[in-house]
Structure formats: structure tokens, C-alpha cells
Design a protein around this ligand. Structure first.
Ligand code: ADP
Length: 435
């Protein structure tokens, strides 16, 4: 446009350059403001959605403590902040549009007056005027369009940058390039001077060594917070050690592939979460190629067959085809636990970790499952964590932990005789009467 206008008359060159200069200036001033306002808006939106999700996922707690009003207010605060950020962003866009339109109108007016002057002096023909003014109007339209695009790009860039910080992080825990699948022959475990503090600098586990022989059944005992679950997580390599190493059958787990490590270990935790799929799919999760007969046999061993037969979901699926609801909400804690146990029976891994595995069961079912677990444990290396000592007293060996250290180690009878930490815990739980 500038070239075409300059050809009509060199006088047009100056206003066109001024116009372009002003346009660039407007973008330079307003685009960063719109981008910052977009980042603010995005943050406010995450906070708002986060608070809503938090209240809904904890709806039970909200109701139990009758904190509905407080939660409403909490979300409302976030909603207000979101609205104010939204207004703020739109205000910046509005300022930008108004400034641009003012400049554009002024420039179209100026060019019109200039061309009329030049026409009066005979320097411009009516045909050239008929070219200059529509061109100026066309420039005005294009500037508006480009401004929208540029603002849009920077607006989304702000949003994307913000989300990238959350989702585009490199994996902290990766297989080494030379990682080999773990070869498990017997399932012996060795914790070799391990240190781990969840990155806090100190505490949790400090220089702990423990050797568990292949096939040995070990009970982990200790006060809550002693580091028992942490030890299990480290064995599964959910975290990398801060010092020392963990060996399974002589192979350092940090040099093995994570897939092979976790395939070798079956774990039942205290609170089992199930997939929102059918019961059969959930049981089969550790071994997708298991036949229906194997699934049913595993469920039978876990005392789950009876209740599974009666299950019915809202889509008409029943028995093994019934879907369990998100995280398994349609089942009771004990039923979920039995599904989890059936799942590990089917997985049949050489190393077994039971973290309060039977805590959600009633005594009758628990004693039955304890018997089943005894069968399941045969020939496997087992680490069982339990608060109810009666459930692990029969283990080959008990490890008593305190503040991330092993304070006692031996079979039940010996530890009771030693009259130390374990004997105290035992006396507390058995009241001194249980055999
Ligand atoms: P236990 O299973 O014996 O009850 P844990 O292994 O769960 O104990 O916890 C041991 C210590 O580690 C506790 O002091 C706890 O606060 C801390 N801890 C547990 N999980 C985490 C975590 N994800 N981040 C930071 N500290 C943790």
C-alpha cells in the first residue's frame, strides 16, 4: 500500500510510515499486557476449578463437618477472582482496540484531507483519489485483523506456557540407557546402607541395611510414621534412593527396567482403588491373558465369589461383568480389598508386599483370607506390614522399625522374650492374654 501510495504522490509516504510506526507501537505496548492478563486469568481459572474439584472429591468430609457454607464461600472467592481477572483481560483488549481505532480513524481522515488538498492543487487525479482512500480503509481492516491474530497468539502463548510448567516436566525417574530386565531366580532382597528423606535433607530413612533371604516371610512392625511404607515404595522404585542400593537376587534395581521390577512384585495396599471397569477386568489387571476360569478361581480364593455373583450395575451388567464405579466406589472397603487380593493371586509374582492388606476386612473373612494368603505365600518372598500384630506373628522373622531404623529383628517368640520394643507393642495389643 505504501508503495502504491508513494507512486501516486510522494507526500503520502510520510503519513503511511507514521501509521505503520504507530501500529507497531500499539502492539508493543498492549500485547504484553494482554498476555500477562491471560496468564493471570489462567491461574485464577485453575484455582477456581481446583477448589471445586477438591470440594466434590471430599464431599463426604464437607457434609460430615457441615462446612457447606464455608466451601461455597471458598469457591465463590475464587470465582470472584476469576471474574475480576477476566474483566481485567478484556479491559486491556478494549484499550487496545480503542487506541487502534482512534489512530486508524485519524489516519484515514488525514489521508483523505491530504488527497483532497493534492487534488485541489492539481497534483492528483480523481482516479488516484479513488484508489488512495479505499486502500487506506483496506489497511485499517487488515490492521484490525492482524492485531487480533497477534494478540490471540500471545494470549494462548501465555496459557500454554503456564500449563507447560505443570505437564511438560522431564521424567525424574527413568530407566538407565543400559537397563536390563530383572532376572528373578529366587527373590532374595537386600537393602544395602540405604538413605532416603523424600528430598528433605534428613529424617525418614538413614543408613538402613536389611537382607531378606529368598522365600523368607518378613513382618514389618513399628509405630505409624516409622518408615515401613516408605521401605516398600523404595523396593518398588517409586523413588530413587539418596544413598545406598537395593538388590534383588544380586541385581541393583536402579539398573533394571522399571517394568520388569514391578512385574516381579505384587502389592496389596490398605486402600485399594479399582478401575472403573468390570470386575473381571479389574481382577485380570495384573495378568490380562488369564482365562475366565482362572479369574473365578482367584476370586474364590479371595472369598469374593459370593458377593460378585450378586453384583449388578446400572447398565445391566452383573456378576463379573458389573462395573465398579470410579475408583471402586460402588463396593465396600472389604469387597474392594478382596478384589485386590484376587488380583494379586492371579498376578502370582515371586515377591509379595502386603501393606495392611487385610485391615478392611471383618474378622471372619480376615481369618479365612489369612489362610489363603498362607497358601499364596508359599515359595515367595513376602514383606507384610501390619498394625495388628496377631496377623503377622506367624512370620519367619519380624523387623521392628523406629524412626527409619531397624531396632529389633527376629522371630516372634524370641522378640517377646527379649522384652524390648516388640514385647511392649505385643503386650499392648494382646493385653498380655493372647497366646
Ligand atoms: P509408616 O508406613 O511406617 O507408617 P511412612 O513410611 O508412611 O510410615 O512414613 C515415614 C515418614 O515419611 C513419615 O514421617 C512421613 O511423614 C514421611 N513421608 C511419607 N510419605 C511422604 C511423602 N510423599 N513426602 C514426604 N514425606 C513423606
Amino acid at each position: 500500500t505504501t508503495v502504491l501510495m508513494a507512486r501516486a504522490d510522494m507526500y503520502f509516504l510520510l503519513p503511511m510510515l507514521v501509521w505503520v510506526g504507530l501500529y507497531v507501537l500499539i502492539l508493543y505496548i498492549f500485547v504484553p499486557r494482554v498476555r500477562n492478563a491471560s496468564i493471570g486469568l489462567y491461574e485464577a481459572q485453575s484455582t477456581m476449578v481446583g477448589r471445586m474439584v477438591d470440594s466434590y472429591t471430599n464431599i463426604m468430609t464437607v457434609k460430615l463437618f457441615s462446612r457447606k457454607e464455608h466451601e461455597d464461600k471458598f469457591v465463590l472467592d475464587a470465582l470472584r477472582r476469576h471474574s475480576s481477572q477476566f474483566t481485567d483481560k478484556n479491559r486491556q483488549i478494549f484499550y487496545m482496540i480503542v487506541t487502534l481505532n482512534a489512530v486508524n480513524s485519524f489516519m484515514i481522515g488525514a489521508l483523505t484531507i491530504l488527497s483532497l488538498w493534492l487534488w485541489r492543487d492539481g497534483a492528483l487525479t480523481p482516479g488516484q483519489i479513488a484508489m488512495v482512500i479505499p486502500l487506506a480503509i483496506q489497511v485499517n481492516n487488515q490492521m484490525g485483523w492482524i492485531m487480533w491474530e497477534v494478540t490471540g497468539i500471545f494470549e494462548w502463548l501465555g496459557t500454554v506456557q503456564e500449563s507447560m510448567e505443570t505437564i511438560a516436566r522431564p521424567h525424574g525417574l527413568t530407566d538407565t540407557p543400559a537397563a536390563q530386565p530383572l532376572k528373578i531366580a529366587k527373590g532374595g532382597i537386600e537393602f544395602d546402607h540405604i538413605t532416603f528423606h523424600y528430598g528433605k535433607g534428613s529424617g525418614v530413612i538413614e543408613d538402613l541395611s536389611l537382607r531378606i533371604l529368598p522365600g523368607q516371610k518378613v513382618g514389618l512392625v513399628g509405630h505409624s510414621g516409622a518408615g515401613k511404607s516408605t521401605l516398600a515404595s523404595l523396593l518398588l522404585r517409586f523413588y530413587d534412593l539418596e544413598g545406598g542400593r537395593i538388590l534383588i537376587d544380586g541385581q541393583d534395581i536402579s539398573k533394571a527396567t522399571q517394568e520388569s521390577l514391578r512385574a516381579a512384585i505384587a502389592m496389596v495396599t490398605q486402600d485399594t482403588s479399582l478401575m472403573h471397569r468390570s470386575i473381571a477386568d479389574n481382577i485380570r489387571y495384573g495378568r490380562p491373558d488369564a482365562t475366565m476360569a482362572e479369574v473365578e478361581a482367584a476370586a474364590g480364593k479371595a472369598q469374593a465369589q459370593e458377593f460378585i455373583r450378586e453384583l449388578q450395575d446400572d447398565r445391566g451388567g452383573h456378576g463379573y461383568d458389573a462395573r465398579v464405579g470410579e475408583r471402586g466406589v460402588k463396593l465396600s472397603g472389604g469387597q474392594r480389598q478382596r478384589i485386590a487380593i484376587a488380583r494379586i493371586i492371579l498376578k502370582n509374582a515371586p515377591i509379595l508386599i502386603l501393606d495392611e492388606a487385610t485391615s478392611a476386612l471383618d474378622s471372619e473373612v480376615e481369618s479365612y483370607i489369612q489362610q489363603q494368603l498362607a497358601g499364596l505365600m508359599a515359595g515367595k518372598t513376602v514383606i507384610a506390614i501390619a498394625h495388628r500384630l496377631s496377623t503377622i506373628a506367624r512370620m519367619d522373622r519380624l523387623i521392628v522399625m523406629e524412626r527409619g531404623q531397624i531396632v529389633e529383628d527376629g522371630p516372634h517368640d524370641e522378640l517377646v522374650r527379649r522384652n524390648g520394643h516388640y514385647a511392649r507393642l505385643w503386650a499392648l495389643q494382646s493385653g498380655g492374654f493372647l497366646p
